[in-house]
Write a new protein. Structure first.
Length: 81
């Protein structure tokens, strides 16, 4: 599975927008609760990008005979992160 660079770039641009929104919220004196919600959303989105990169990397290292096992391991590790 090849990493879809266009999709990753789109996700990263959205994350940049979220971070800019957090900056504006802080400057505007928004509530800590609302700011933390946005920070967690950005953190989650960045985590998803990291998982895509890891999945792509592992996928390139695993032969087709072991692909299903690798996917199971990735799912288990994803749940831990």
């Amino acid at each position: 599975m090849a990493l879809d660079l266009d999709a990753v770039h789109v996700r990263l641009r959205k994350i940049e927008g979220q971070v800019a929104a957090v900056d504006r919220m802080i400057a505007d004196g928004d509530s800590a609760e609302r700011i933390l919600v946005q920070i967690n959303a950005a953190k989650s989105a960045l985590h998803k990008v990291a998982l895509l990169v890891v999945e792509n990397s592992v996928s390139g290292m695993v032969s087709d005979d072991h692909r299903e096992e690798a996917e199971t391991v990735l799912e288990r590790f994803s749940a831990l992160l």
